[in-house]
Design a protein around this ligand. Sequence first.
Ligand code: SAM
Length: 243
Amino acid sequence: THFGYRDVPVAEKQKLVAEVFTSVAGNYDLMNDLMSFGIHRLWKRHFAAISGLRRGDRVLDLAGGTGDIAALLLPLVGSDGEIVIGDINAAMLRVGRDRLTDRGLVQGLRYAQMNAEALPFPDRSFDAVTIAFGLRNVTDKQRALEEMHRVLKIGGKALILEFSAVRQEWLKPLYDFHSFKILPRLGRLFAQDGDSYQYLAESIRKHPDQETLKQMLQQAGFARVEVRNLTAGIVAIHRGYRV
Ligand code: SAM
């Protein structure tokens, strides 16, 4: 089933289109695009590009429901590697799996419903654990970081892509205006859901900033922790190793 998007049979395609408009994942996509002017696609590509994953690696992609990250990482780990997509929400997992399958991405992918705070894997199971735009939603973040550390093999790494704190003073008022004035309106307009977008902007402000998250990673046992800002710190990538 290595068909591309254009070759999908009509019935399938209708199902696909219907899904895009009705599903949670469709809403997430819209949300992400509105929120970031589509830049989240670049952030994700960059995240994959600097992941340093190698052929044969076994990766856990947490909060991976949309499948976006897995699709980018799969070519890196190759056919002898494996990516386990974990998400707390069964509907998100289903939509993600349908999408990846429709793109012909099947081999090397596994799906499992799980809470990032209590991972259903033995110690030292993975070469890397990734979580993109997911940690923010986890209630006990410290616990999740400890779990990520626990399931990593020695020498393995955690990679976190998440909204962070804007580093450029001049950008802050614009960013706040976009988040608190424009975004909820767009949310109401396109998703009949202004409140979720308001919540989203607030959850980003509440999320630990670059330095705080770095310390939380160290607290969880990670070594050689590094942060890289993307787009003036609107988003940051944290990396830490289990040694
Ligand atoms: N990683 C994907 C991406 O970048 O497109 C999806 C990000 S989406 C904004 C956040 C995801 O986190 C949702 O699919 C949600 O179900 C999941 N999630 C929220 N809390 C979680 C938890 N405690 N454990 C695992 N997944 C969780």
